[in-house]
Design a protein around this ligand. Structure first.
Ligand code: AVJ
Length: 319
């Protein structure tokens, strides 16, 4: 491992510890979802994407596949394609099928340096002609782009999966603004946006019958045990998903099934029976609510593509 990669990993570890301790010290305990995606978390998330109940991935992929010619027309020759959070490389493969020859470079940005290296190797093997410039960074904050990738080059952002829905409104606005900075005033953003619909469809997608989502959310406690000196008794926490109708939002929590005390290094955290740790939320949007959010970040919705049932949308935003 080179010095840069080591530095990145050390930084990951420190923010993980600080975020865990800060989140669990609040009266309403919470943990930021970005720490769900270590190696095991990323593998579990890939499994979620294959679940029969989890409609977003297959629906988004179908939309991308069907709209490839239109997407291609958004990417002029010599463009830089920046993917914010390169979690699973499947969707980018789909997009590359249609636009690879138009790209100067593909720039995956991900918080996990390890995962990034792996995705990079796999992609490079399958697309030997493609120039790949991976960046290990927290994409929710502005990060420097090497000058040969910015300047006058046309930049197109890719932010699939409705990951935007995992952020609180004000965070989502700030993040979209940060993307705009990376993309420049002439760039555009291809973004996946999950749509508000009946809880009967939404809830099972986040509380599947095989318990994969429960394992995925619970993994954050195991990760704390392995990487920080924490002693969560994972058998005394239970997964719960709840649809908050008035906010069009799914809340994913780990609930303590007993009064208990957990230590993380030298910090002691008390849990009462039934107390929950909020780990993740997934917001669902209407066309209007999303357009408003984009507008607050100075972006305009230029195109919306959906599936016939309007379960999911892929949208193109411009500054
Ligand atoms: C990260 C937005 C793709 O909210 O649907 C899925 C994360 N968490 N199941 C989502 C997630 C639990 C997922 N995205």
């Amino acid at each position: 491992m080179d010095a840069d990669a080591r530095l990145t990993l050390a930084a990951d570890h420190d923010t993980f510890r600080d975020d865990i301790v800060a989140g669990l010290s609040r009266p309403e305990k919470s943990l930021p979802p970005k720490h769900l995606y270590d190696d095991r978390g990323s593998a579990l998330f890939d499994q979620i994407c294959e679940l029969p109940e989890y409609y977003p991935t297959r629906t988004e992929k179908a939309i991308l596949r069907r709209r490839l010619p239109e997407l291609r027309s958004l990417v002029p020759d010599g463009s830089v394609l920046i993917e914010f959070g390169s979690g699973s490389s499947e969707k980018i493969r789909l997009l590359l099928e249609g636009i690879e020859d138009r790209l100067f470079s593909y720039v995956p940005v991900d918080i996990s340096a390890e995962y990034l290296g792996y995705v990079n190797d796999e992609l490079q093997r399958d697309y030997p002609q493609l120039r790949i410039d991976p960046i290990a960074a927290d994409f929710t904050k502005p990060f420097p782009l090497p000058s040969e990738l910015s300047g006058t080059r046309h930049r197109v952002g890719f932010f699939p999966g409705s990951t935007i829905g995992n952020f609180e409104r004000s965070e989502a606005v700030d993040m979209l603004r940060a993307f705009t900075t990376e993309l420049g005033t002439h760039g555009g953003l291809i973004i996946g946006v999950d749509l508000l619909k009946s809880p009967e469809i939404i809830l099972p997608a986040y509380d599947d019958s095989q318990g994969v989502t429960a394992a995925f959310i619970g993994n954050i406690l195991q990760r704390a045990n392995m990487e920080l000196d924490a002693d969560f008794d994972v058998d005394r926490f239970e997964y719960r998903a709840e649809f908050v109708e008035e906010h069009g939002r799914i809340d994913m929590c780990m609930v303590s099934t007993a009064n208990q005390c957990v230590s993380i290094d030298d910090t002691e955290i008390e849990f009462s029976e039934g107390e929950s740790i909020h780990v993740s939320s997934s917001r669902k949007f209407t066309f209007d609510s999303f357009a408003k959010l984009a507008a607050e970040a100075g972006l305009r919705v230029d195109e919306i593509w959906t599936d016939p049932e309007e379960l999911f949308s892929v949208q193109y935003l411009v500054a």
